[in-house]
Design a binder for this molecule. Sequence first.
Ligand SMILES: Cc1ncc(COP(=O)(O)O)c(C=O)c1O
Length: 327
Amino acid sequence: MNSSATASGYGSAPPRTPARIAFHSGEFVDPATIRLTTGTQALHYGTGVFEGIRAYLQDDGESLAVFRLFDHLERLRRSAAALRIELGYEPEELGEIVLELLARNAFGQDTYIRPLAYKLALEPGTAFGVRLRGVSAEFSITALPMGAYVDQGGLDCKVSTFVRVPSSAIPSDAKITGTYVNNALAVEEAQAAGCDDAILLDSTGHLTEASTSNIFVVGAGGEVATPPATSDLLPGITRAAVLDLLPAELGVRVVERPVHVTELSDAREVFLTGTGVEIAPVTSVDHRPIGTGGIGAIATQLRAIYQEVVRGRCAAYEPWLTPVRPR
Ligand SMILES: Cc1ncc(COP(=O)(O)O)c(C=O)c1O
C-alpha cells in the first residue's frame, strides 16, 4: 500500500459537499427532509436494489457528463425486476431525472449518483411475512461530489475466507442491497488483516470479484483473463468498457474464463474495475507482491485511456457519455 494511503486504500476521499437536492418519492427535495421509518421492509430483509453511477467533469472545467448512464439504468431495471419492484419510470424518464438532479445540484465537479429502490411496507390485505409480492416500494436518488477514492499507488487485497454468495442463492447480476452483507464481512476481514480490499472466491476456489469491483489478471505469459459472468459476479459496466478498451485501444486480447486463486501467485499484474474504484491496480495480495510489486504496464495505460474516455477526449467513445444540460 502506498505510504500516502489511509488505513484503507478506500479512505482517501476528497472533502465532500453534502448534496443539496435529492430525488425522493417522485419529487426533488432537500435530503434532510427524507424520513423513513424502522418499519421499512428493506431494513429488515435487505430487499433493496441500487446503482452507483459517476458523472465526470469535462475538459471545459464546467460541464458534467454521465458515464454509461443508460447501461446503469438498465441494470437498475433488471435488479428491481428481480425483487418485483416497479420503478414506475421508463429508462428515458429515469435518465432525465438523473440529469435534472445533477443540473439542480450544480456541483461543478466529479459526482457520484446513487439510485436506490427499496421495499417499504406490506400493502393492505397482505399477510405478515418475508415476501416480495404485496409490498410497496419507494425510490430515491442521491448525488454527492466524489473524485477518485482509491489509493492511486496500488492496493493490497486479501483473499477472503468468505465465499461470494453464489448466484444460485441470490442472483449475482442484480445489485441487491442484502447481498452486500457478504461484501462488508469480507472487507472487514481484509482490513483487520491490514489489507485494503477483499477478493472473494466461489466454493471451487475460483475468483469472483472484489468487494465493489471486478477483477482482471495478467498471467505470467501475458494473457489477460477475467472471470466470466457465470462466476457468481456482478458483471460490471466498467468491466464491459474495459473488455472493449483493452483490445481496441491497447491491442490487448482478454479472455473471459474461470480464473483459479492459485493463478494470482504468478500473475504479472492484477487490477480491479468498477464505477467507484475506476481502474485500480492491485500490487499485492495477502501482503505478497504481484509481479514486481509496482503498478503494471497494462493497468497504467488502461487507467490513462479510461480517464481520456470519461473526460470526453475520445470521440469514438462519446456515445458512452450523456451530457448534463445546465439549468
Ligand atoms: C460487487 C460489485 N462487483 C462489481 C462492481 C463493478 O460494477 P460497475 O463497473 O458497474 O460499477 C460493483 C460496483 O458496482 C460491485 O458492487
